[in-house]
Ligand binder design. Structure first.
Ligand SMILES: [Zn+2]
Length: 429
């Protein structure tokens, strides 16, 4: 495979506390070293990329992606979804098992691995179901799924409703040191809702999904993680109350981690005034105060990471009126731009913390050997141009779907090269 020299970029690797302008040498798919900027080149390379002015980061990891295959290939496939990931700067994604059929057997995990290998794009790590068929009645065969390579467990799309089942799931997953990625929603409270319950839903006459629907279940699962010693990862945290619960749980030493999605730190429920279904997602867009709480959570580390909840839906499905359209939006190709624009350029987050939230910590939570540029590590690398101003155009997306509320937005910051195992898979520079 030869050598690849990435010269003169700002290398940001929180796993080694590195943030300096330097060179990075890759040989045969592995990181050799960071070092020797300028006068002492690391040696003659087969290929050189001039990274001056760019951020050189360990490959980004999105731990919450719906690839839709098998079963909903009209929305996305493993191939198109992972191409979208590469275009967005992600070298690894964790795919969520709410497919048709759901990923709840060794054969199903193997199917994803094979499809991903054939696509030969980014790494795909498989999240398997907590319950058999995602029905919330019996536990899936956690041990056998771990054996097949599942890195985490989730019934996302829906909560694990039975508290006793969730307790046992925590106990089983604990034996394998795997986290449960939890969609936190009390369905009786949010049923019939299309947006956040508040002043705007009242004015618009639309059914509301109260913040309490999310917070009640976060509270329950913190209690279950505490009693079992299991690992809770709260997905797509969207409310200030949720952030406060997680902050307190962490303070008490409970094993809880959390993620936030770019749309939840960018948009509010005011966006629904246009009745556009591209602003409909679950959990819904909340208030400005919630947005601020999410950002504070990211700043102080209560929210460990940024994940996209990439949720493609074919155009005709999202074209329906608000109460019939499905929940969810695309995320992979706008995550870097939104994060840099909203968090870094605003001065709220430094680059090391952003890279930690988009690479180091999701890799650590999933227990995968990624998210680092240590010597010997797999050479998954993302180059980001922090200054590049670009306009979101869903027509140019790699994803099979176009359901993004950010079409036409001008963002700053974009992944300009995505390198997987030492091979350049996406490149704009
Ligand atoms: Zn969810």
């Amino acid at each position: 495979m030869g050598t690849l020299l990435i010269r003169g970029g700002r290398v940001v690797d929180p796993s080694q506390d590195i943030d300096r302008v330097d060179d990075l040498l890759v040989r045969d798919g592995q990181v050799v070293a960071v070092g020797h900027a300028g006068t002492q080149p690391l040696g003659k390379a087969d290929e050189t990329i001039d990274a001056s002015g760019l951020v050189v980061a360990p490959g980004l990891v999105d731990m919450h992606v719906h690839l839709r295959e098998p079963g909903r290939e009209e929305d996305e496939t493993i191939e198109t979804g992972t191409r979208a990931a590469l275009a967005g700067g992600f070298t690894s994604v964790a795919c969520i098992p709410n497919t048709e059929p759901p990923i709840d057997t060794q054969a199903a995990v193997e199917f994803i691995h094979q499809k991903a290998a054939r696509a030969d794009t980014c790494n795909v790590f498989v999240v398997a179901c907590v319950s058999r068929a995602r029905e919330g009645k019996e536990l899936a065969e956690i041990g056998r799924l771990v054996e097949a390579g599942a890195v985490a467990f989730s019934d996302d799309g829906a909560p694990v409703y039975d508290a006793e089942l969730m307790r046992r799931a925590f106990e089983y997953c604990r034996m394998f040191d795997k986290p449960i990625l939890a969609h936190e929603e009390v369905l009786e409270l949010s049923r019939g809702g299309v947006m956040h319950e508040g002043l705007v839903s009242l004015v618009l006459g639309l059914g509301g999904m109260p913040a309490a629907a999310e917070e009640v279940l976060i509270g329950r699962d913190i209690a279950l993680a505490e009693v079992t010693g299991g690992r809770l990862h709260a997905m797509h945290v969207s409310t200030g109350g949720g952030v406060a619960l997680i902050r307190e749980a962490k303070r008490r030493g409970i094993r809880v981690t959390a993620e936030a999605c770019p749309h939840h730190f960018t948009l509010t429920d005011e966006s629904l005034r246009g009745f556009d279904s591209n602003f409909k997602m679950s959990p819904p867009l909340r208030t400005a105060a919630d947005v601020e709480a999410i950002i504070e959570g990211l700043v102080d580390g209560t929210i460990d990471c940024i994940a996209t909840d990439h949720a493609p839906h074919a155009r005709e499905k999202k074209m329906l009126e608000l109460d019939r359209a499905p929940f969810g939006i695309l995320g992979l190709e706008t995550a870097v731009g939104l994060s840099v624009t909203r968090l870094v350029r605003s001065g709220r987050l430094g680059w090391p913390r952003l890279i930690e939230a988009m690479s180091t910590l999701p890799a650590r939570i999933l227990g995968i050997n990624r998210g680092t540029l240590r010597p010997g590590a797999v050479a998954d690398i993302t180059l980001i141009d922090p200054e590049l101003s670009w306009t979101v155009d869903v027509g140019s997306f790699q994803s099979k779907s176009v359901n993004s509320p950010f079409h036409g937005w001008t963002l700053q910051g974009k992944a300009v090269a995505t390198i997987v195992g030492g091979r350049v898979k996406h490149r704009l520079v």
